[in-house]
Design a protein around this ligand. Structure first.
Ligand code: ADP
Ligand code: MG
Length: 399
């Protein structure tokens, strides 16, 4: 199938080519024709399958065919600032030379720039729920002209507790509209929301949980205390253009990034405790290649799309198969090849076998020679059951 078979507005076809997209991805192939009819859509597909263009292309096409005005006509709701920025940037590319204007709206930055954009007139609002609701309460923007609504990464919005806010926003939207909801999974609560917002939707789905074939999955059996040294050895042995490393906690992410920097790597971290401008600096630095390594937690990494990521490293094994698929979906994007390394100890065995079941094959086992001398220069795992100091027994000593 070719993009020109969709009969999109010619400028869009030009922009698609300029993005380097040659053929539609499976979710695009299924979703675009349905969305072009104006029907409601439920799109289920994993990260990295091309969902953004799947909803943006029909959306832009409809907006170009419709009546221009000064009120926003399309609203895209996304769970994180990074994702909102990403979608906004994609609108810039796919909507180039169309005259359509979009604004990204999220918290942690001043409201004024957003308000000014509303006043000067925008066609598309890409927003995180909380800040959008603030603007609505302050009557800074009206959603009365919305004809198209997209809820992207709906499962993450649910995880992050946004459903009540989204329900409040929905009350301010016209009933007569096209709604598209995208998600990687459909937990019960989300199914309820989908039933509320979608009207006789068509469901499009691409092969459940099957990660992109362009990713090599490699497992390093390493116990916690040796992970830091193992990581360093792995990084020395592999050429990495950009690596995204996952840790279980924010604290560990920050600590590991600091230690890697001290060890001479250009590393930064992304975790919930950062201010908006710090997040932005970290993200931009990673995207532009100033930092080769980004250490992040699952929540912080949501929606990151840096197409140059060559390696995803699970410093800590994720706590669900889903999270594994999401993490590793950050590499091997589109046509590029990627590698996913997982450092796993004995206690991770049950999760590893669940992940392998989903992958449909075992991960490749590799061993790493650990140089004990570097072990001290990098953080060990969070000091767990520390060996009792050798001390004379203190019998009845109380502490
Ligand atoms: P998702 O939202 O499903 O996680 P994205 O929409 O972020 O996926 O797309 C993942 C990557 O694939 C992006 O870098 C995007 O530019 C690229 N991409 C999307 N569609 C195509 C296509 N048809 N051909 C090539 N690359 C594509
Ligand atoms: Mg997406």
């Amino acid at each position: 199938m070719q993009f020109n078979e969709f009969n999109l507005t010619p400028q869009l076809t030009v922009n698609i080519a300029a993005c380097g997209y040659q053929t539609p991805s499976p979710i695009q192939e299924q979703a675009i024709p349905v969305a072009l009819t104006g029907r409601d859509l439920l799109g289920l597909a994993q990260t990295g399958t091309g969902k953004t263009a799947a909803f943006l292309l029909p959306l832009l096409h409809h907006l170009l065919a419709g009546q221009r005005g000064n009120k926003p006509r399309a609203l895209i709701i996304a769970p994180t600032r990074e994702l909102a920025e990403q979608i906004h940037a994609d609108i810039g590319k796919l909507g180039k030379n169309t005259g359509l204007r979009s604004v990204s709206v999220y918290g942690g930055v001043g409201k004024f720039g957003q308000v000014r954009a509303f006043r000067s007139g925008v066609d598309i609002v890409v927003a995180c729920p909380g800040r959008l609701l603030d603007h609505l309460r302050e009557k800074a923007v009206s959603l009365a002209g919305i004809t198209h609504l997209v809820l992207d990464e709906a499962d993450h919005m649910f995880d992050m507790g946004f459903l009540p806010t989204i329900r409040q926003i929905l009350r301010q939207l016209p009933k007569e509209r096209q709604t598209m909801l995208f998600s990687a999974t459909m937990p019960q609560e989300l199914r309820r929301l989908a039933e509320e917002v979608l009207c006789e939707p068509t469901t499009v789905q691409v092969a459940n949980s099957v990660p992109t074939a362009t990713i090599a999955h490699v497992l390093f059996p390493v116990e916690q205390p040796h992970k830091a040294a193992a990581l360093k050895a792995i990084m020395q042995a592999n050429k990495m253009t950009a690596a995204l490393i996952f840790t279980r906690t924010k604290h560990k992410a920050r600590h590991l990034a600091t230690q890697l920097s001290k060890a001479g790597y250009s590393a930064t971290s992304l975790q919930g405790n950062l201010s908006q401008s710090q997040r932005q600096t970290a993200m931009n630095g990673f995207r532009e290649g100033r930092f080769k390594i980004m250490v992040a937690t699952d929540i912080a990494a949501r929606g990151i799309d840096v197409s140059s990521i060559s390696h995803v490293i699970n410093y800590d094994v994720p706590d669900s198969v889903e999270a594994y698929i999401h993490r590793t979906g950050r590499t091997g994007r589109a046509a590029k090849n990627g590698t996913a390394f997982t450092l796993a100890g004995q206690e991770d065995k049950p999760m590893i076998s669940r992940i392998e079941k989903t992958l449909g094959k075992p991960m490749r086992r590799e061993n790493v020679a650990i140089d004990q001398s570097v072990a001290d220069s990098l953080p060990a795992a969070p000091a767990p059951q520390r060996q009792r100091p050798r001390q004379p027994r203190m019998g009845a000593a109380r502490r």
